[in-house]
Design a binder for this molecule. Structure first.
Ligand code: ADP
Ligand code: MG
Length: 699
């Protein structure tokens, strides 16, 4: 249970004054939460930059184009004349050196009059401009009286915003949240605090939100870094706890005699690549070791991870144990079973699939066979972790595309057996620092060489002004029997718009090319999706219009063409994943990135990288670099997915520091007991990394 002390931070933002349903919606959008954000979410929403309002010139000395704070007497108001609502409401103000006009468009006269009562003294801050020979400030950012001024540092944080959310509304909400900040115990080691120059957490939060110096909000500065370190420490503690549990001695272990493995290898229509062989050898070795396996198998899309997983499952089956392979989507699970089933059959490995779609008698039959030990390898979605799914003797959990699953799912699967070995498959090559943040300390195997005979992909960026040309070219290819994907992007957060884009493209292509065109999208029901995918794989459909459901794992080797519409909207990793659907067979492939002009700098850089290389490891590094540079509105993109404060670029060193610290802590205090243990538990709850805590004994 979360310590009561943290409760004030976990109340909904709607409990703040001035935050109603409309703000709730805006805050949800801003903070990317499905539910009403809590104060803690606001507090971890950090400024992107600052505005310096400390310049306090007399009116005569104010430099047009700069931000100043003026001390003025309010002389008189000139509201917009009746019937001319477009005209501004003007406020004339002055000091002993000159006068200034404060201009408000579309403002309620009563609001402006209350803000700037005639005859009063006010401090007004904003960008001064010269207009018709008069100095003016249009919509001053800040208007305060003497008392208000005392509370301003002169440096305002500038937050990433969302459309419709006023900066002042966000600032006021955050200020209230700061007032609710409880006194928290110190969980970070004093030595680290000293060495890194970290302030106490509360001070760090206050200073990033109420900066006293221009540098206070820099991610590399002590305040932000302190928050990042705590967040990373929480992440590393959680991962280390899970790992400690998974790494417990595993008793009698063996990796079989190889008879099933050899049958599979004999049945393969190809030879394993060198890195596939190495990965299999490493896994077999892990299975023999007296501690459990915790291994990450990284390999670009198409590098052949499935067969490695299958061979691992064989090794486990040879000694009479079971394997579960969990994929993030139904499409992927079916893809796996399709690759695996024919090979398994020839080797005598008993496989089955379980997703949300297997229901009623079929489901009962599968779960019964599983419990009896009549299934060696069960492939599925998160349906695998449901309570009623019990294995006779689960020994290996393979989790595909892991970063879509959280620690919780990972744990749930491993609790279905004794001393379950874990193999994680990741199609997004991840730099070492990120492996640490997402997986903790794991052994890593990489599939760096592509299966032999892979053809290069010719990737081009084409302005959507040439859409007709592209359609013609794709049409010719399709008529010649080639298979092509036509990808329509996810537009914003609205599925409805997304769908209608894909739907419309489908309709227009179908009007031209008839029944050769198919459509698959995320809202389609499972069997229908499968049917279309199967038709595409069989070449009954040549042109498949798809939303990003084909992003991961889908394997139709004969497909050689991909058009990606609005390619500028996709991230690098996603473009790479998508493109990985082609170039899988023996024919050369083409990828056309259709972009809409004008192309922003970041989008142009992404398209350049994707054109230049197909090496996933390089793309991952470029991605990190580009996202590191970050764009102001998309802080979420410049950060580490799953982390709100820590950023891969600036805080890379803190990641290793946090890892070492987590190891040290758990070595000394494995059950997080005593007052320091309490404090660390508090840290885990604050950053919501508490899922590993039930693993510890009570207390
Ligand atoms: P991913 O790593 O993306 O999961 P898959 O396991 O789906 O890749 O493999 C992609 C395709 O490559 C499959 O059709 C698989 O049969 C084939 N494949 C795997 N290993 C090899 C190999 N060594 N040589 C040739 N083809 C291979
Ligand atoms: Mg795969």
């Amino acid at each position: 249970m979360r310590p009561a002390l943290l409760n004030p931070l976990f109340v909904p933002v709607t409990s703040l004054s001035g935050v109603g349903p409309k703000q709730d919606r805006l805050f949800r959008h801003l903070l990317a939460r499905d539910e009403t954000p809590r104060l803690v979410d606001l507090l971890f929403h950090l400024p992107a930059s600052v505005v310096d309002r400390r310049a306090r010139p007399k009116i005569r000395d104010a430099v047009p184009g700069t931000i100043v704070t003026l001390e003025v007497s309010v002389d008189r108001h000139r509201p917009a004349p009746p019937g001319r609502s477009r005209a501004p409401h003007l406020v004339y103000a002055s000091d002993e050196t000159g006068s200034v006009v404060l201009t408000y468009f579309r403002a309620q006269p009563s609001y402006v009059e209350k803000l700037l009562p005639a005859g009063s003294k006010r401090y007004v801050s904003g960008t001064v401009q010269m207009f018709d020979g008069t100095l003016q400030i249009v919509h001053p950012d800040r208007v305060v009286d003497e008392a208000g001024l005392a509370e301003l540092s002169g440096i305002d944080p500038v937050y990433p915003l969302t459309q419709g959310l006023a900066p002042g509304a966000l600032r006021r909400a955050i200020a209230q949240a700061l007032q609710n900040l409880p006194v928290l115990p110190e969980w970070t080691d004093p030595k680290i605090l000293r060495r890194c120059g970290f302030p106490p957490l509360a001070q760090a939060l206050r200073r990033v939100h109420v900066p006293l110096e221009l540098t206070d909000t820099l991610p590399e500065g002590p305040f932000w870094s302190r928050l990042a370190f705590d967040e990373l420490l929480a992440g590393q503690l959680a991962l280390t706890l899970v790992r400690a549990r998974l790494r417990r001695p595993a008793g009698n272990r063996h990796a079989g005699d190889g008879h099933l493995r050899n049958r599979i290898i004999d049945a393969l229509p190809y030879a394993l690549t060198a890195s596939q062989q190495q990965a299999v050898a490493a896994i077999i070795e892990d299975l023999r070791q007296p501690v459990r396996m915790l291994r990450l198998l990284q390999g670009d899309v198409g590098s052949g991870k499935t067969v490695v997983a299958l061979l691992a499952a064989c090794a486990v089956a040879e000694s009479g144990k079971q394997t579960a392979l969990m994929a993030p989507t139904e499409v992927l699970a079916r893809q796996h079973i399709k690759t695996i089933a024919p090979l398994a059959e020839r080797a005598g490995l008993r496989v089955a699939i379980l997703t949300g779609r297997e229901k009623g008698r079929e489901r009962r039959e599968i779960t019964a066979r599983l419990a009896e030990g009549d299934i060696d390898l069960l492939v599925g979605t998160h349906a695998l972790i449901q309570d009623e799914v019990t294995f006779k003797s689960l020994a290996l959990a393979v989790v595909d595309e892991q970063h879509r699953f959280g620690v919780r799912e990972r744990l749930a699967l491993t609790t279905k057996g004794e001393a379950v070995d874990v193999l994680v498959l990741s199609a997004t090559p991840i730099p070492r620092t990120l492996v640490l943040t997402y997986f903790g300390d794991m052994d890593v195997s990489e599939l760096r060489d592509k299966p032999a005979g892979r053809q290069p992909i010719d990737t081009r960026a084409v302005s959507d002004g040439r859409l007709t040309e592209v359609i013609d070219a794709v049409g010719r290819a399709v008529k010649a029997g080639k298979l092509a994907y036509w990808i329509c992007p996810l537009v914003e957060e609205s599925d409805a718009v997304d769908l209608s884009d894909a739907e419309q493209r489908y309709q227009s292509l179908k009007a031209r090319f008839g029944d050769r065109v198919g459509l698959v999208h995320g809202k389609m029901r499972g069997p229908e999706k499968d049917r279309v995918m199967a038709q595409f794989a069989a070449g009954e459909i040549n042109l498949l219009v798809a939303t990003t459901v084909v992003e991961v794992g889908v394997d139709v080797p004969a497909a050689t063409i991909m058009v990606i519409e609005n390619a500028e909207r996709f991230g690098l990793a996603q473009l790479h994943q998508l493109r990985g659907r082609i170039g899988r067979g023996s024919e050369p492939s083409t990828c056309l990135l259709l972009y809409r002009e004008p192309l922003g700098e970041m989008s142009a850089a992404r398209l350049r990288v994707i054109r230049e290389t197909t090496d996933g490891f390089r793309i991952a590094e470029e991605d990190l670099r580009l996202r590191g540079e970050g764009d102001v509105l998309g802080t979420r993109q410049s950060g580490l997915p799953g982390y709100r404060v820590a950023r891969s670029d600036v805080h890379a060193q803190l990641i290793t520091l946090a890892r070492d610290e987590a190891l040290r802590i758990l070595k000394q205090n494995p059950n997080l007991t005593g007052s320091h243990g309490e404090a660390l538990r508090c840290l885990l709850y604050l950053f919501e990394r508490d899922e590993a805590l039930p693993l510890l004994g009570a207390g």
